[in-house]
Design a protein around this ligand. Structure first.
Ligand SMILES: [Zn+2]
Ligand SMILES: [Zn+2]
Length: 340
């Protein structure tokens, strides 16, 4: 089969790999949608690492069980099952693994699709059977792909922020994670102020239920948030841009007793403890979600009939990979998915 790899320095190649065969306790999933996630761009932009075996990219695969290895009970997987994938796995027995947080495994270096295991930008992916999660019939494969990272990351961060109903939530960045945070935050009863440098993304945020939008190119974000909150600032903030200025503007937008959660990777955040403690701020980080919460997120999206599919503006075939990542790296549009 063919799989997408990043040889370094913004290059994208489609390379030939052997079709995966499931070992003991493993399954092979036929990929029906493989989402593009903002964090792919860190690997895409990275310098070339010569002599290293490249893994297939993509950590938002979703599809149908095609092959089942020995030792997988029939109630866990049947050929044809529609499944999401939790794209990290660990020892399976430490307390983090047992609670569904295999990415935090304390006994071994976690295996991560597209980092040290092959990912989903191919026609098939092999994973331990414990990492597949049922995809509700009502959800599309693309929705299942988004929930596996981007949308699930927004869900996980909203859980970290806690009770969001009735609160004003500033979401910095309206890429796939931020747009998901807008959609989910509104569904949970928050009033969302969406922030992005792209007017097209802000327009989309309004269709996902944002109450107000702010473009930092036109207006200071903290000033705008104060104007929109009677001068007090926002009770809650989620930073999804990974941009240092974006992160700072998020902190500055918070009210006294405000809570902020950082999910964008790459921002350098500096805060002065005097300013921070005198506003009694709570600043958190959040890394995707557990298997348990991935399934809860899928059910929440299904029950509320949330338009997760509308996050996607582009669908690509594997052969379009170069164009797809050149487009995605501009970060002005929606989300893309490969449909092998
Ligand atoms: Zn573990
Ligand atoms: Zn991701």
């Amino acid at each position: 089969m063919k799989g997408i790899v990043f040889p370094g320095n913004d290059r994208v190649e489609l390379r030939e790999f052997q079709d995966p065969e499931p070992g003991y306790g493993e399954v092979v999933v036929g990929v029906r949608a493989s989402g593009m996630c903002g964090s792919d761009l860190h690997a895409y932009h990275a310098p070339a690492a010569d002599g290293q075996d490249l893994v297939i990219e993509g950590h938002e695969p979703c599809g149908v069980v095609e092959k089942i290895g020995e030792g997988v009970p029939s109630h866990v997987a049947q050929v044809g099952d529609r499944v999401m994938i939790h794209h990290y796995w660990g020892c399976g027995t430490c307390s983090e693994c047992r609670s569904g947080w295999s990415q935090l495994c304390t006994s071994m270096e976690p295996r991560i699709s597209s980092v040290n295991e092959h990912g989903g930008h191919a026609s098939m992916i092999k994973v331990p059977a414990a990492q597949i999660l049922p995809l509700p019939d009502e959800l599309s494969f693309k929705a299942g792909a988004a929930i596996a990272c981007g949308t699930g990351t927004a869900w996980g961060a909203l859980l970290r922020l806690g009770d969001v109903g009735g609160k004003t939530l500033v979401v910095v960045g309206q890429g796939p994670v931020g747009a998901s945070a807008t959609m989910l935050g509104v569904a949970l009863g928050a009033r969302v102020i969406a922030v992005d440098l792209s007017d097209a993304r802000l327009q989309k945020a309004l269709t996902f239920g944002a109450d107000a939008v702010v473009n930092p190119a036109n207006e200071d974000v903290a000033d705008a948030v104060r104007r929109l909150t009677g001068g007090t600032g926002a009770e809650l903030m989620m930073e999804t841009s990974g941009n240092s200025r974006g992160a700072q503007s998020g902190i500055d937008s918070l009210a006294i007793w405000g809570r902020g959660c950082f999910v964008g990777v790459g921002a350098d955040v500096h805060f002065n403890t005097r300013d921070t403690l005198r506003r009694q701020l709570t600043l958190l980080t959040s890394w995707t979600m557990s298997t348990v919460e991935q399934m809860r997120c899928a059910r929440f999206v299904m029950e509320r009939n949330l338009p997760v599919d509308d996050l996607f503006t582009h669908t690509w075939s594997l052969g379009d990979a170069e164009d797809a990542y050149r487009w995605f790296s501009e970060q002005t549009d929606g989300k893309g998915a490969f449909v092998p």
